[in-house]
Write a protein that binds this ligand. Structure first.
Ligand code: 5RP
Length: 223
């Protein structure tokens, strides 16, 4: 099976975690795009969605799936999203698609986080994937020095040769060289550095379930 087929498999399997009448939180990325395509087949049976990015909103709307403002909704039944890495406890690195801040907001509004990923995303320790951190641009250089002090190399993410601008008008640092043994502590520490908008460690908003695409089918991990 190709990686794309594994993503389609878990995107379809995620429908089992959506009940009739649910409000559904929708993440961002190529795996979530498969979920959105699957969700379109039951769009008349859900109450609506809250989206984590302009890209997902556009895809949802193009398929006729209702998208509500996060601020108009008190609680979502479930949040479905991909990950760049997930460990055996349900802690994740996210933000490869630069949507981490809105992803964390929608995840925090949801009763359950169901992660959908192909098996290449399962790791023993977080940190091999460059850790995305959304930052206020004027703080970026100072934050690069701060990551260097903990052994990380933080690079400003570029798009078409200029700094990528997120949906929130901010920049992204991608940090390599970290081994994140204590995701809860790491997230708490980095999140309070001045200028950090969101760190891409999802430990306080971890997954409760992971649907992992493998060549022999969907493996369900619960945390
Ligand atoms: C976007 C994300 C994505 O969930 C993550 O990058 C995985 O993406 P993909 O499903 O394309 O591999 O965090 O900000």
């Amino acid at each position: 099976m190709t990686q794309d087929e594994l993503k389609a498999l878990v995107g379809q399997a995620a429908l089992q975690h959506v009940a009739p009448g649910d409000l559904v939180g929708v993440g961002t990325g190529s795996t979530v795009n498969k979920f959105i395509d699957a969700l379109a087949t039951i769009k008349d049976r859900i109450a609506g969605t809250v989206s984590s990015s302009e890209a997902s909103t556009a895809r949802l709307r193009s398929l006729g799936i209702p998208v509500l403002e996060a601020s108009a909704v008190e609680e979502l039944a479930v949040y479905i999203d991909g990950a760049d890495e997930i460990d055996g406890r349900g802690y994740m690195i996210k933000g490869g698609g630069a949507a981490l801040t809105r992803e964390k907001i929608v995840a925090a509004q949801s009763r359950r986080f169901v992660c959908i990923a192909d098996e290449s995303k399962l790791v023993a320790t977080l940190g091999a994937f460059p850790l995305p951190v959304e930052v206020i641009p004027m703080a970026a250089t100072r934050l690069q020095r701060q990551f260097a002090r903990m052994g990380g190399q933080a690079r400003l993410r570029l798009k078409d040769g200029v700094p990528l601008v997120t949906d929130n008008g901010q920049h992204i640092l991608d940090v390599t060289g970290l081994q994140i043994a204590d995701p809860l502590g790491f997230e708490s520490e980095v999140n309070q550095w001045p200028g950090v908008v969101t760190v891409g460690v999802f430990a306080h908003q971890k997954a409760q379930v992971c649907l992992l695409g493998t060549p022999s089918g969907v493996r369900t991990l619960t945390f």
